[in-house]
Design a protein around this ligand. Sequence first.
Ligand code: TRP
Length: 333
Amino acid sequence: MSKKVSLTGIKPTGQVHIGNYLGAIKQALQLSDQYDARYFIADYHALNIVKDKQEMSDSTYGVAATWMACGLDPSKVLLYRQSDVPETFELSTFLMGFTAKGLMNRAHAYKDKKQKNEDAGKDSDFGVNMGLYTYPVLMAADILLFNTDIVPVGKDQVQHVEITADIAGAINHCYNDELLTIPKPILNSSSEVVQGMDGRKMSKSYDNTIPLFMAPKKLRKLVMKIVTNSQEVEEVKDPETCNVFAIYKLFANEQEQEALKERYLAGGLGWGHAKQELFEMLEATFADKRERYDELMNDKSYLDKVLKEGAERAREISSATMNRLRKASGIGC
Ligand code: TRP
């Protein structure tokens, strides 16, 4: 029996941080053991927000390089760019004919924005473009085009996968055939566990992140800024309430955790020392990956080649899906 398909879409926006790595990237990469795994860069989804040419281009390469540096092997799994698969946009238009407007009204990103506008006394559609309004349809096209069984996502994306399943069900029902695979969301389990520099959840919106591939000097400086209390060096410290230890724990094995814990409890460990331990742990975990990332970012022609090959393989699947739908619906034949 052939493997089931998992599909992950990554929006090329901003800098990837260690919370993204632990909460999403690592788990999504592990899926390739059990699933026929497909990964793509959702550049048209990013276009709703990213209007700067350089930023779009840099972030797109950045996503490809990040995932490859973290272990994605493009000869074993499929990696491609959404914009290189034109069937995405044909399917998106096809899906429009089966998508109730009310379903889009209830999609959370649009609904939240509308609510915020109304609360602020603005026109309810202020700042809403059609890309945001129809976001779930484009996402459904990404998913349905590739016969996806499971979609690993954060909490905020579950609704979008459910909408996708609804639309696919309506199409299968209409043509009385299993034309499209009905996808299921799989929740990224640890997406909430990683805490940031200030103890709140690590998130770009809190400005408390530790970027994944920061140069060592800058990284050390940043680690030294993690929020701690004002205890003196000689005082006994509580590892369980410490932001430095909380992040250390994510990367250390049990012995390493115990060893550092003992030093906290013995007194004589200053915050600078604890932060140095964390910095070294981060280096031990990410230095090789950062080196690979830098190498890849300095070799755009190689990244181009990887994405081009990925697009060719992706289009074999996407054109088959689109042909199936055209045939079933009498479009173009
Ligand atoms: N909307 C997803 C996010 O913001 C990105 C995405 C686009 C996606 N298309 C997808 C994720 C298809 C999974 C499947 O994170």
